[in-house]
Ligand binder design. Sequence first.
Ligand SMILES: Cc1cc2nc3c(=O)[nH]c(=O)nc-3n(C[C@H](O)[C@H](O)[C@H](O)COP(=O)(O)OP(=O)(O)OC[C@H]3O[C@@H](n4cnc5c(N)ncnc54)[C@H](O)[C@@H]3O)c2cc1C
Length: 418
Amino acid sequence: MTILIAGGGIAGLTLGLTLHQIGVPFRIYESAAEIRPLGVGINLQPNAVRELFDLGLEDHLERIGVRTKMLGFYSKFGKTIWEEPRGMDAGYAWPQYSVHRGELQVMLHDVLTERAGPGCIVTGARAVGFENTENGADLLLENGERVEGSMVIAADGIHSALRAQMYPDEGEPIWNGRILWRATTPAKDYFGGGAMVMIGHDHLRLVAYPISDPDPESGVATINWIAEKQFNLDDAWRKEDWNLQADIDSFLPLFRDWKFGWIDAPELISGAEAVYEYPLVDRDPLPQWTFGRVTLMGDAAHPTYPVGSNGASQAIIDARVIGARLLEHGQTPAALQAYESQIRPITTAVGLANRKGGGPDAVLQRVEDLCGGHFDDISEVIPHEDLAAHAAKYKSIAGFSIEELNAKPPIIPPSATR
Ligand SMILES: Cc1cc2nc3c(=O)[nH]c(=O)nc-3n(C[C@H](O)[C@H](O)[C@H](O)COP(=O)(O)OP(=O)(O)OC[C@H]3O[C@@H](n4cnc5c(N)ncnc54)[C@H](O)[C@@H]3O)c2cc1C
């Protein structure tokens, strides 16, 4: 009774670790020939960090991640709109981490193969479809192989082949006109370290956060940054590819004047070794993820704009909830239905909030609209209580409000783990 997982990204690997932890046989089929540390920075919210700690990865995270201590929003003139503590500084019982996505993926892979043996992941194996059978579900691979399993879980990302089988008319991800340029640069850390900053507005923006601790002597850290610009929707479509390299000169001039003492955008952008270009895309929320003994998770289920820093975190939560519902219902379609009933409404709300300006970053455009980013006292533009309420609302929608999370019992009871 082996559970077959398509995709060995953050979602698939965390599911593998969870199934191993609760003693359920599984195998991951990953299309890449090997797991390589691709991508740039991502954030792990305290709700997801709690789950990784419950998987025994506390020391590993401490080694590869930086504790995020503060999130701040600034106008295009570098003026402070809103700053809030994050992670344990905000009162969570678990930290928030900024990590390199590739290092996280490699760490999860290495720990999983150490614990469950190298045979638990088959690389160079592209899933192309699934079939529900009388007592289980089969995974169909590109090489013509049919693998028999007890159930199939699609963790194959935004271009999920299994989702495409469920929804053959869905087409490509939906572009909202924004292009992201993503990179890391060694640069002087700012605000005492661990600070994630969002500067600008919907049409031009810079997001930055360190993914390494600063060197004690020089103060230089690896700063992850994302520069964003809004284009016309009828501009040429650029196919999304996480590894497409961009030309710095095509956007550097836009940020020429963004030098605020604590951060110097032109210097940050010019100092990058390689910049990757990615269109901001998502997909419409789906009415159903589970078909018999097959379901979707992670970006295959709910790809959304990364404005609230919770794509990877949600993939981790999905994995843990699947594990919990399997414990409750056994390897049955009811377990997958119960997982979907719990998670789909949350990710639908988050995806729509991110689209409709309900994300935490929405204050940037609001300030731009109200005063063009010029102000002496932000409370004369937007009352402090409004800013605080907006920040709290998103955390609640996304499932990481401080009091609720701290009070929640673990998703997987320690008594169920081996
Ligand atoms: C190469 C890469 C770089 C990324 N870089 C960033 C980044 O810099 N910043 C950011 O915010 N997010 C990035 N992401 C996305 C981010 O990892 C996800 O949004 C989030 O972590 C959810 O993870 P996931 O496992 O659902 O999806 P993903 O992380 O996309 O993982 C999906 C996995 O499935 C594999 N796969 C795809 N199709 C098939 C198939 N048909 N059969 C078998 N396996 C398949 C992929 O190779 C991948 O390993 C990146 C994703 C990838 C794949």
